[in-house]
Design a protein around this ligand. Structure first.
Ligand code: OGA
Ligand code: MN
Length: 311
């Protein structure tokens, strides 16, 4: 009798499909973890998961995060706060309207990012599950930030070692012209520091840690800092580092937020329903702390800096 899971790599060390595993009753989680640390993106096709089962599998990888949707006072959440709603639907299940705030806000997912780098203790892993998908468009692209780091010129590696970037959801949303935040969001989502280069303990690999949430480099003037962030983002998302996932209903895709970037691609969101749920688990500590870099003085008093894992 076959008891093992099957790993089918899509390339040498970035993305793999996992077969012979029913995530509603996960077994061999040790083997999944081993594959996850090697590949950073895992695809589990043909799943059928309740919200509880989805969260139950996610919990094996760390403390569950709460969606920042809880700060919105203007909408009703379609699901429990441990799940992020990655759909184009209202709480009533209708397709959102053309100029709704939530539609404008979620366009930010089309920018290259990594989840929750704007939280002091950022995400470790995200698990996105497809309940319905558009027939065309609406793919998700992933970039391998470890391979991107490896490919940097040695001079750049030396230059960026020990650098800290400031991350904020306000930065990424400013890039798409979105700025109408409610007060609770302004208070709870203040900018946080993150190391620009991370060591991933489980694989021993080093990775770039950049996202469109990054706005400046601590200790650099605004403009050259921003230019460096944009340059690193452009470097990391070159096609040789990128994999495009074309969704099927029932896919659960899981990625390591510490060493990958991702973005959603366009689709006709006023015509097709795209219903996805994301469970996110947090890391244990802030990336600067992890790298042994002191938290810059200016952030020490920030309320977010006291945030604990899973918040
Ligand atoms: C996410 C995300 C992109 C997409 O779920 O965190 O950015 O394709 N998704 O929906
Ligand atoms: Mn995301």
């Amino acid at each position: 009798m076959k008891t093992g899971i099957t790993i089918h790599p899509l390339n040498s060390d970035f993305v793999a499909e996992v077969g012979d595993l029913d995530l509603s009753r996960p077994s061999r989680v040790d083997a999944v973890k081993e594959a996850f640390w090697k590949y950073a993106v895992l695809i589990f096709p043909d799943q059928s998961l309740s919200e509880e089962q989805h969260l139950g599998f996610a919990r094996h990888f760390g403390p569950l995060e709460t969606s920042i949707g809880v700060y919105r006072t203007d909408i009703t959440l379609r699901m429990r706060p441990e799940l992020s709603d990655i759909s184009n639907l209202t709480a009533e299940g209708d397709i959102w309207s053309q100029d709704s705030r939530i539609r404008r806000y979620k366009t930010g997912n089309r920018l290259w990012h990594t989840d929750s780098s704007f939280k002091f203790v950022p995400a470790r892993a995200s698990l996105l599950y497809a309940r319905s998908i558009p027939p065309i468009g609406g793919h998700t692209q992933f970039a391998d930030a470890r391979a991107a780091y490896d490919a940097l010129p040695p001079k750049t590696k030396t230059r960026i070692r020990g650098m800290v970037a400031e991350h904020s959801i306000f930065n990424s949303r400013a890039r798409i012209g979105f700025s109408d935040w409610v007060e609770a969001e302004q208070e709870n989502l203040k900018a946080v520091p993150q190391a620009l280069v991370r060591n991933i303990p489980e694989s021993g690999r080093r990775s770039l840690y950049v996202a469109s949430h990054a706005g400046r480099i601590i200790g650099m003037r605004e403009e050259p800092g921003r230019a460096l962030i944009d340059e690193l983002l452009a470097h990391a998302t070159q096609r040789q580092f990128v994999h495009t996932h074309r969704w099927r209903v029932g896919d659960l895709v899981m990625w390591d937020d510490r060493c990958t970037l991702h973005r959603g691609t366009e689709y006709d969101d006023l015509r097709w329903r795209r219903d996805m749920l994301r469970a996110t688990v947090s890391d244990e500590i802030n990336s600067c702390e992890r790298e042994g870099i002191d938290i810059p003085e200016e952030y020490k008093k920030s309320p977010n800096v006291k945030q604990k894992a899973g918040a």
